[in-house]
Structure formats: C-alpha cells, structure tokens
Design a binder for this molecule. Sequence first.
Ligand code: IVH
Length: 651
Amino acid sequence: MNYEEYKKAVEQLNIYSHHYYVLDDAITTDELYDRLYHAVLEYEEKNSDKILKNSPTQRVGDVIRDGFTKASHLSRMWSLEDIFDSEGLKKWLEKTYKLDKNISFYCEPKYDGASLNLIYENGELSQGITRGDGEIGEEITANVKTIRSIPLTIDYKEKIEIRGEVVIFKDEFTKINEERIKKGEAVFANPRNAAAGSLRQLDSGVTASRNLVFLPYGVGENSLEHKLLSEKMEYIYELGFRKPPLHSTCQGFDEIENIYERMSKDRESYAMMLDGMVVKVNEIASQIDMGYTVKNPRWAVAYKFPAVEKVTTLKSIVLQVGRSGVVTPVAIVEPTDIDGVVVERATLHNFDEIERKDIRLNDKVIILRSGDVIPKIIKVLTQERDGTQIAFVRPSSCPVCGSELLDEGVLLKCQNLTCDARVVNSIIYFASKPCLNIDGLGNKIVEALYHSGLVKSVIDLFDLTLEKLLALEGFKEKKSQNLLNSLQNAKGCDYWRFINSLGIEHVGEVASKALSENFGSGFIDATKEQIIAIDGIGEEMAESVLEFVRVNREVILKLQEILKPKEPLAKEEAKENPFKNKTVVLTGSMSRSRDEIKELLESLGAKVSGSVSKKTDFVIYGEDAGSKYEKAMDLGVTCLTEKEMREKISE
Ligand code: IVH
C-alpha cells in the first residue's frame, strides 16, 4: 500500500463507519471492514509519521489516566426549564410571544444521557469536555475519540463547539447489565448513569467497549451564519453527526402539541431513552434577543413526557441504616421493565408510609418512574389480594447491629454510634465529593477496609500503608498506591470541607461554608449566640454543632492535626459603601449571571444570602422576580433593581 492508497483506504473506512454508526445503514460486512482496517494498521506501523488524524485506528481506547483535568467551555452550557403539560406549554408560549411575535419553533427529542461539548479547531476534534458546572467541565478527549458517531475530523475549519448528549441505546444497556450480573458487579440503575459512568472512565478502553452514541442538539461558540436553528442543525448533521429520530419545525401551540403527542406515543420504539421533547425558537436573531435567565435560555423549554407506571409485585422490604442511624425501608419488587429500564427497587420513604398505604409483602403494587427520580410505589392494588399477603412488622431492633431502635413515629433510629452501618456510611460520607472528595474510596472499598479491621474510624484511614493494603484481597499495587495518594491529597483541604466531612447533623455544605468563613478553626469554640448570628443558621443547627463539638472535641482536634485544613483567607476590608456589612438577597434574572453579581457585592463587603428575612437589608431584583420579592415587600425590606444597585455603588 502506498500513501495514496492508504489515504483512500482511510476515507473508505470512514464512509463505512459513517453509514453504520451515523446513518444506521451498514454497507459492508464486518469481514471486509476488518480486512481494510488491518491493511491501514499495517501501513501505519511502518509509516508512523504519516498517520492521518481521522484514521479509525486513532479511536482505539488505549489511554489510561490517573485522573481528569478541568477544562473551560468556550461559551457556557445552559440548562433547560421544564414544563409538564399543555398548560405549561401555553404559559411558556405566552411569555415567549411577548418577547417576539414572529417566531417559529424547532422540536427535537430530549435525550436522557450525559451532555458533552466537542470543540473542533481547523477541522479536527481538539477537545471533548463534560458539562460540569456549565462553565468548566472535565476534559475527556481520549474517551470521546472512541465514540464512533463522533467524527474525528469535519469539513469545516473555523473553531466550533458542537454540543450533544451521549447515550447508551436501551438494548446495549440491557446487555451491559446482564454481563455485569454474570461477573458479580453492581448493575447500572439506568442508561443515563451507564452513559455518564462510561464516559468518565480513566481507562478509555472501557469507554470504547460500551458502544456509546453521540446525538448533537446544538452549537456553542461558532461563526456559522445560518438564520434558522433548523438550518444550522441540518448543517451539523451534514458534517457527519447523527440526526434525531424525529425532529421538525413548526408554528404555534397546536403543531407543537401534535409533534409532542407523536413523540410521546412512539418513545418506547426508539433505540434511546427520551424523557421529553425540547422546543426551541427557530430564529437565531430572536434567540439572541430573548437571551437567558440565570440558568436557562428563554428561547427553549423541555416539555417532559409523563411518568410511566407499571404493576409489579412487592417481594420484600430491606432495611438500610444511614450514617445518622435513620433506618429506611426499601421495596424489592419483581424486576419490571419501565421504558427500557429494569426496575428492581423502589423507595418507600419511611415506616409511616408503609402503614398509611397498608403495603404488604406479596401485594400487587403500581410503581412509577419518571425521569431521574428513584421509582416509587404509588398505590397498592388491594382488590388483587389472594390471601398470601403478609403485613410488614415495624422492626424494633437495628437490622445491622441488633441494638434497640428509637421509634420516633415517622423515623426509626439506631442509637448505637458504633453500629457497623453507621460507621461505614460515615466513612463513605467523609470521603464523598462535597466532603474531602477522596478518589478511590467509594462504598465497596470502605466496606472492605472496615470489615478487614484495618479502618474502624476515619482517623484509621491515615494510618494505612502500602504494606497493610497489599495484604488485603483485591488490593493490587496500583489501586493501593492511588488510594494512599488520594488520602495524602486530602491534606490541606479547604476548611469548609473539613467541617462538612465531620457529618454534623443538619449541617450541610452551605452551613459548613458559612461556619468556616466566620470562624475557621475557631468554630469549635464558637458560642450559640455567635453561631445563630450567621445568616441562614438557625437554632437547631447551632445546637447540633455545639452538641457535636461537646462529644467529639478530641476527635475533631486529632483529625485537624492530621489533615491540616487551610484556614479561610481573611477577607480584605472593603472601602466604605452602601452595601458594606449588609445582607443582600438576589432574585429574578439580571444582565449578568447571579454568581457575577454575587461576587461584585461580596467584594464590597456585603453578605449575599439565599433567603429573605427580617435581617435582610436589600433585595436586588431582576426580571421574573418571584416570592422573594413579595416577601421582601411584606417585610418592608428595601428592594432595588439591578440598575439602582449599580447607581448606589457608583455613588
Ligand atoms: S438544549 C441551550 N436539547 O438536557 C439549551 N438539551 O436540561 C441547552 N438535553 O444539559 C440544552 N436533549 O444535556 C438540549 N435536544 C436537547 C437535549 C438536551 C437532552 C440535555 C442536555 C442539557 C439538559 C438540560
């Protein structure tokens, strides 16, 4: 094979693969494809300096990384406002027509997967980035290159961001889970989790093996000149991306409803999971005029499909004990396929609910699954009872440690601080994302460490050594070393993470940040008065902090000694201004993102709070301001528009 032949072969392979993965229309056999692929591979092995960027060999998943790095999107990735029925659509249309009367709409499916931003430069895929917080995500280019429906090169040279959803088709999902069951691995709860999990693999070979599919739904930064979104999307499909199974331009309420009905009726027959239909204003100029609220474009809306209900049988109720000792009942049901997802568990919330609904073992029940929420039992079919039903008896002792439960009516609690479940879950919580964010310390590993006797408390984590870990079953050198590194990296964490990781009852991320900001390591000596003086912290929380510190002072100090969390920076004293030391609440949408305005106010020494109370000094309101504005008016709090705020600042 010479270079010319090589180029042709690459082109031919890409045509085959485009037909197969994008157009769903195979035009060759596996055998022919493989033969050509190997010829290409052979040429490349001998001519490594001539490998083409778009050669299918460049998709192999052979990259293994230690972690992901962050990357910024060129323009922000937005969310969508949800509507659920015709009434919602009517209201959204009224609002939208008020902004612009002369508009039409582009409707396409709302896919249930993981969003992905692809950046192409000079016609080459340069970066694949997960959505993250919308501004910064994780760079996963090597994994993205293994997805066959994502072209490695496109026939367009300007810089462009192509956005879409990565999904797993329903039949592929079933296959993956069947294999996982065979291997004794935990199954994925739904195709979306499977897609998101497969995308964020450190080993791109795993991603490659999952048959992910990319479905484009829009563009971010771009210099395309189309006047209509529908034209822009047609252009994107022509660049080599997959088309949605159903998409259409239309006008007005009735036409949108028609397309929605059709999509909703046919959804089961689609290969991928849909959870609704997205309606977008088709005219790009109108989109730009309409702009964005803090979270969503005003020119698009997600019209969700109704939840799906199925009848199944309640087989048993298992009891889970959380880190605070609360015992929650979970229903185990006869596995049932609901819109492509096999449901085996449903929430029962609490024991009162079981009694109120008179739920008995062996009952026929209706379960409901909607979008991302855990399925729940909504009704018992009592007329179907056949005498085999058994009433559920409230437990009186902890299913894990056997100690007596405290029955508070709605909640049952295990009071034993050393209960295995409580300790294991506290360690899992300690290591979780909003706490110390320790990679490689998930549920399974914590359980293994705990049951081996090596780790009986969070403090023991920091006595782990390579030698000790290697003595455990399933701990190879790399995994053990990674865990030790992650533990090491947790040292010097932000102070609020340290507070949050303690798992103080009622104290979550927001309160931990507030405590850290106000006291730093002094929080263990703060008085009740000092704590409730913080906006947003009430009596219950303050008492919980004081009680926790009273009982655990030694442990807190010891952990602090080990972790050496960073004291929060003392804020630079702001110059005198009308917002200094004032409590401000923001509501409604403004010309800048909420974060930007918050930052501005904080730099002036204001405290920006989420809720309006008597302690609030100012409410700054934008468009569509809602209940916070009304509450502020009721309480007589000074309300300012964004413009008035800016005028006050420049005074
Ligand atoms: S448009 C500018 N279109 O839904 C508007 N999003 O709830 C940004 N999604 O983060 C999104 N299908 O991950 C859009 N046809 C579709 C979609 C879609 C699925 C996801 C996407 C987004 C989320 C918003």
